[in-house]
Design a binder for this molecule. Structure first.
Ligand code: NAP
Length: 546
């Protein structure tokens, strides 16, 4: 029992105004009646969909599923113009949601959180923003995203480049690339989308590829109004089916094993999923692609065959075929005419795997063997410091002055990807070791915000001021996360951001819970129903905000 003397300014501080922050404000302010303050570094709402304005940016889960489910009115009234909405439409949607639920008034925009320190004596978080202002809150929620801090750039000479440098993860509106000599570094989901679009307008496009990817067609099309009406008529059922699927999309056609059927049957299933698009090939063809190397090899070979069919020049096709890591061990990108871009005369594929980029010069890129590519514009699609980057950027310090960077020196340690031992009343929305990026994000976010809201409500109902994960529960969760990954092909990838392996020096540790959304949701429900087993609570004087 402690007696706090300093009052918090707010019940809750939330960082981030993307899908997570918008819903968290609505839930905690409007449904729980808490005093909530949000901070957002950008000038508006949108999160990922605010910053990633590069040409070709598009969602790769059907928009009817990649959207909020918390409001029946919202999901009925919103109309998506395309099956897989492009970035501007998703940003419009998030602005609509922000207006509809009046969340903007609870955010300070253009405001970056620079430090977050636990004050044990007063049992509150002390949050400092980049204008030097100090704010205190009982609870702190990170809705700062998983892929929001671009990977630090390590190209020597980048500062010497006299042309234009563009980052896919922090793109400006209205960049005109027509007729320009453009170079793209990176062939992950962002690079693949940007190449497909920029190839149509650039005078010359040089794609500097280190690792080819298993990209499959997204299958975008204008929304079919009859299909939309049918989906809306059974939205509740669809959302339930999503939440009961491994990756949070209402797929239901996966057969048990690619090895249990004949080569012809396998081929016909792969063909069907390839043509229908989305993540059907990887997550709705055979259930064992991520778990059985032989099945994975069959899918990988199928994709290589499709790539060879689409790319005219055999040498270029071969360079575009991934061979050294399993399908799905890196996050599979979806594409629209990506491979066809390499049939254009203005597009050149350059392999930088054995001949790396040595230097960015004043006029372009120089490779280790001395080859130079002259460029007007350099696009960096080089990825993110996933999961931990956004948390480290806030400089979070827990009990006894222990920084999160120290607690996580060997990689993240969480309970359920939501809580961290030694960091009381801290809630991570889609944090490391939760299914997050492998669970349809808006739904994963809603589940975590709801878990957090329930936990806060539980504390208030029982007169608790502090809630904290126990070291034992956390150790057990980390072990479960590591073990779940071991059953899959994911640890076999050399440079996957799922493993933190894309950032030099970052501890190699699985960052995603790979047991699937349904198993994860059942575990979270068990924790809630048990009165929060795995957490300790401290009671104190329950104080109103100042
Ligand atoms: P990414 O998947 O990490 O890809 C980064 C690319 O940059 C890789 O091809 C990487 O090559 C290359 N690279 C990095 N450093 C390099 C260097 N020094 N020299 C040469 N190449 C280098 O990043 P991303 O494409 O931004 O995608 C990240 C995630 O964001 C995706 O996996 C996805 O979850 C999400 N996203 C989603 C969508 C969507 O459609 N919804 C679109 C974009 C992004 P290596 O592979 O060799 O390291």
């Amino acid at each position: 029992m402690t007696d706090a003397t300093v009052l918090p300014d707010h019940d809750v501080i939330i960082v981030g105004a993307g899908f997570a922050g918008i819903y968290a404000i609505h839930k905690l302010r409007d449904q729980l009646g808490l005093d909530v303050q949000g901070f957002e570094a950008a000038s508006g709402v949108g999160g990922t969909w605010y910053w990633n304005r590069y040409p070709g940016a598009r969602v790769d889960i059907e928009s009817v599923h990649y959207s909020y489910s918390f409001s029946e009115e919202l999901q009925q009234e919103w109309h998506w113009t395309e099956r897989f909405a492009a970035q501007p439409e998703i940003l419009r949607y998030l602005n609509h949601v922000a207006d509809r639920f009046d969340v903007r008034r609870s955010f300070a925009f253009d405001t970056r959180v620079t430090s977050v320190v636990w004050d044990d004596g007063n049992q509150l978080w002390v949050v400092t923003t980049d204008d030097g202002t100090v704010h205190r809150s009982r609870y702190f929620i990170s809705a700062a995203g998983t892929l929001s801090v671009p990977k630090q750039l390590d190209f020597p000479g980048l500062e010497n480049f006299e042309g234009q440098v563009l980052l896919t993860g922090n793109w400006q509106d209205d960049v005109d690339l027509s007729g320009r000599r453009v170079g793209v570094i990176g062939t992950g989901s962002s690079g693949i989308q940007v190449v497909s679009e920029v190839s149509k307008v650039a005078g010359e496009l040089v794609v500097l590829q280190r690792t080819p990817n298993y990209a499959t067609p997204v299958g975008n099309a204008p929304t079919d109004r009859a299909e939309e009406a049918a989906d809306k008529a059974r939205y509740r059922e669809l959302r339930e089916a999503s939440r009961n699927h491994f990756v949070g999309v209402p797929y239901h056609e996966a057969e048990p094993s690619a090895m249990a059927v004949s080569a012809e049957e396998r081929r016909s299933v792969f063909d069907d999923r390839w043509h229908r698009g989305g993540f059907r090939l990887v997550f709705d063809s055979f259930q064992d692609l991520l778990f059985n190397q032989e099945s994975n090899d069959a899918a990988a070979e199928y994709i290589r065959e499709r790539i060879r069919e689409r790319v005219t020049d055999p040498a270029t096709a071969e360079l575009l075929c991934p061979k050294n890591y399993p399908y799905g061990s890196k996050r599979p990108p979806l594409e629209t005419n990506y491979y066809e871009a390499f049939n254009r005369d203005n597009v050149h594929l350059v392999d930088v795997s054995g001949n790396p980029i040595a230097e960015i010069t004043a006029t372009g890129v120089r490779l280790a063997d001395g080859t130079e590519h002259e460029l007007d514009t350099l696009i960096l699609a080089t990825g993110f410091d996933a999961f931990t980057g956004p948390l480290m950027a806030m400089n979070i310090t827990g009990r006894a002055g222990r920084p999160l960077s120290d607690a996580w020196a060997e990689g993240p340690q969480t309970f359920l990807g939501i809580a961290v031992s030694g960091f009381p009343n801290l809630f991570l929305i889609t944090g490391p070791q939760s299914p997050s990026v492998l669970y349809n994000m808006p739904l994963a976010i809603e589940d975590h915000v709801d878990f957090t809201a329930n936990a806060i409500q539980h504390m208030r109902a029982h007169g608790h001021t502090v809630m904290e994960a126990t070291p034992a529960a956390q150790d057990d969760w980390v072990a479960q996360t590591d073990q779940a990954a071991e059953y899959t092909v994911v640890p076999k990838s050399g440079s996957s951001w799922y493993m933190g392996a894309n950032v030099p020096g970052k501890p190699r540790k699985v960052l995603v819970y790979l047991g699937g959304a349904p198993a994860y949701r059942a575990i979270c429900a068990q924790v809630e129903n048990s009165g929060y087993a795995g957490f300790t609570f401290t009671s104190g004087r329950v104080l109103a905000t100042a």
